[in-house]
Design a protein around this ligand. Structure first.
Ligand SMILES: C[S@@+](CC[C@H](N)C(=O)[O-])C[C@H]1O[C@@H](n2cnc3c(N)ncnc32)[C@H](O)[C@@H]1O
Length: 365
């Protein structure tokens, strides 16, 4: 199913905070304080940054201003214009750093962009963020880019409204609990947390569960697997689709499902209809439903399906129709993909690019 994927930029798609950390190290060396160590100096800078970010926002120029203020507060020697310029220079150099794209990012975005709507959602100085996006070479993967002053719940609400996004089908992907994960979960979006070893201290927070789902992955490329799989369930009959969407089944039908999967994906009513089970919402949400008449090609479906289950439907059709439907299904299967038929359905008499690999299971040649 097509999803809306919203990506954070700094420290999710490309390195960012390491350059700020390097600038800070240069600053501490230059300040050369007689009694304060780097951690203590950092504490003063963090406090200044927190206050100033509310007024001025983020970005390397604001960081330069914060370093200057920090120097004015802590310098143990006369504060000269030259020294202030030098301090600001540590931050200005960040702008000249090459954009270092995080490994796995371009391939992952290329794959995801084929199937989903990708949005870039970043905070900071608009020109600076645009420059980094240009230098990264990743701009072409995104259908939309939004640069805001602060990524808080209000900013997410605005994005959802402006883009006409359905929260249940939307994932925010990023490294910052404060700006990516917590506000997205708060407004009902799903979130993928990709921790980064050098996340800025002011972006760290405990993750607060919200309405949406939360996924945590070790690295960016791992995400592809999660979004690659999608399931489309179709039928000609809207009543059948309605029942399928509800996902309620009699207890008697679930016997063949392994216990572990039953525990994970089936819910039992607490009282009342105890002979019924319901598929958990996460799984129901992961399935798309659509009306398709198999006799009316082309079908509104991607043509590179890995697996098609078409069990106990061909039996209703005459031979010429069966041939046509099977020919169509072959067109929607990628080479090496599988077609599952019902037990009383065969391919006998048809010339099709399919090879029998197990009872009622065929592989597309
Ligand atoms: C016997 S059920 C099989 C359902 C399921 N595949 C299974 O094995 O349990 C047949 C289904 O085919 C659907 N069907 C009948 N004609 C169809 C068509 N031309 N296109 C798509 N679905 C059709 C019916 O609505 C019905 O839900």
């Amino acid at each position: 199913m097509r999803q809306f994927l919203i990506f954070d930029a700094d420290d999710t798609l490309w390195e960012n905070n390491i350059y700020f950390e390097r600038a800070f190290e240069d600053f501490v060396a230059f300040l050369d304080h007689s009694s304060m160590n780097a951690r203590e100096v950092r504490g003063v800078l963090d406090a200044l940054e927190e206050t100033n970010a509310r007024i001025h926002g983020y970005g390397s120029l604001n960081f330069g201003r914060n370093l200057r203020q920090c120097y004015q507060l802590l310098a143990e020697r006369e504060v000269r214009e030259d020294d202030l310029r030098k301090v600001m220079g540590f931050a200005e150099r960040i702008l000249e750093c090459p954009v270092e794209v995080i490994p796995g990012v371009p391939e992952t975005l290329a794959e995801l962009a084929q199937r989903h709507d990708l949005t870039l959602f970043t905070k900071g100085h608009p020109e600076e963020q645009k420059l980094k996006l240009d230098r990264s070479g990743l701009g072409g993967f995104f259908g939309h880019t939004a640069i805001v002053k602060e990524k808080d719940a209000a900013a997410y609400r605005k994005l959802v409204e402006e883009r006409g996004i359905e929260p249940e089908r939307t994932w925010m992907i990023g490294n910052s609990p404060k700006s990516d994960i917590n506000p997205a979960l708060e407004v009902g979006l799903n979130a993928v947390f990709v921790p980064h070893a050098h996340t800025w201290v002011l972006e760290k927070q405990d993750i607060r569960p919200g309405k949406g789902q939360l996924m945590v992955v070790d690295d960016f490329a791992q995400k592809v697997e999660g979004f690659r799989a999608s399931i489309l369930a179709t039928d000609i009959c809207t009543e059948v689709l309605k029942a399928a969407r509800l996902g309620i089944y009699p207890e008697s039908m679930i016997a063949p499902i392994p216990a572990e999967l039953r525990q994970r994906y089936l819910l039992r009513a607490k009282a009342g209809a105890r002979d019924r089970v319901r598929i958990v919402p996460e799984l129901r949400r992961a399935i798309g439903f659509g009306r398709i008449n198999l006799m009316e090609a082309p079908y509104a479906v991607d043509t590179d399906q890995h697996v098609i289950f078409c069990r106990n439907i061909l039996i209703y059709f005459d031979k010429p129709t069966q041939r046509k439907v099977l020919e169509q299904l072959c067109q929607y299967l990628r080479p090496g993909g599988f077609l599952f038929l019902g037990h009383s359905e065969t391919l006998t008499g048809f010339e099709l690019p399919l090879q029998l690999v197990a009872t009622t299971v065929f592989r597309r040649l």
